[in-house]
Ligand binder design. Structure first.
Ligand code: ADP
Ligand code: MG
Length: 239
């Protein structure tokens, strides 16, 4: 069994099938990219993994345990962290406090949580903003804070949803460098990104979906040259 696996997962919202019979696996230490046009079901995949919504059909396994049946609050405990496409740090709290809030998952001690948060702040290059309120940060830094907060929960699997969306090329570069550094610490990553170029550079393998179902799976090069992928992205932002 792989480190992480979905088996024939389907998610329906009423009559709409957002995720359709999707199976994929991720090996430990790997970066798996998921691409697809807007509305193709990418975020819904994360939402069913993190038990935001119950699955309609299928099974999900993490470290050989079935996780689609455990309560939502257990998912983070078990070592799966995530960020959100629409960033929502606790606005009135500082960077440090936001990250400490994540660290409290693993420790009840304020000193320990603070120490952990400070380490992560440095790792994520947020040191100049430690005592700034989250709401005063520009979007690229808020996205970085989201990642930092997720890291504070000490995930073994990290789900990143459109971390580079809305960033300029230079900001994207530095976000990608951070994601690589996170992987180098041993964290397994599934990353969703709309922009093909970003995904090509960072993913070990890419899963391409459309209408909730797989259209291609393979190395970045294989997927980028796949006729179904080219078709799905035609007339879309194939950038
Ligand atoms: P992506 O992240 O690839 O842009 P989403 O997973 O957000 O796509 O959405 C896939 C489809 O599921 C879309 O048609 C969207 O409108 C629908 N959808 C997502 N979340 C919900 C929800 N909570 N209720 C109803 N429909 C939803
Ligand atoms: Mg999305």
């Amino acid at each position: 069994m792989s480190f992480f696996e979905t088996r024939n997962i389907t998610k329906r919202f009423g009559g709409l099938t957002a995720v359709s019979n999707l199976s994929f696996s991720v090996e430990q230490g790997e970066i798996l990219g998921i691409i697809g046009p807007n509305g193709s079901g990418k975020t819904t995949v994360f939402n069913v993994i993190s038990r935001f919504f119950p699955l309609t059909l299928g099974e999900i396994y993490f470290k050989e345990k079935r996780i689609d049946t455990v309560p939502a609050h257990k998912i983070c405990d078990m070592g799966i962290g995530r960020t959100f496409q629409v960033v929502k740090p606790l606005q009135r709290m500082t960077v440090l406090e936001n990250i400490m809030a994540g660290a409290f998952l693993r420790t009840a001690g304020i000193g320990k949580a603070r120490h952990k948060a400070e380490e992560i702040i440095e790792f994520c290059g947020l040191d100049r903003y430690t005592h700034r309120e989250a709401k005063s940060l520009p979007i690229p830094l808020r996205k970085r804070l989201e990642i930092a907060r997720a890291l504070a929960t000490e995930p073994e699997l990290l789900l990143l949803d459109e971390t580079c969306a809305g960033l300029n090329p230079k900001e994207s570069e530095s976000a990608i460098a951070l994601i690589r550094r996170i992987r180098d610490t041993g964290v397994t990553i599934i990353i969703i990104e709309h922009i093909m170029k970003v995904m090509m550079g960072i993913s070990d393998r890419i899963l391409a979906i459309n209408f909730g179902g797989e259209i291609a799976m393979g190395t970045p090069k294989e997927v980028a040259n796949h006729p179904e992928v080219i078709k799905a992205y035609l007339g879309d932002a194939y950038a």
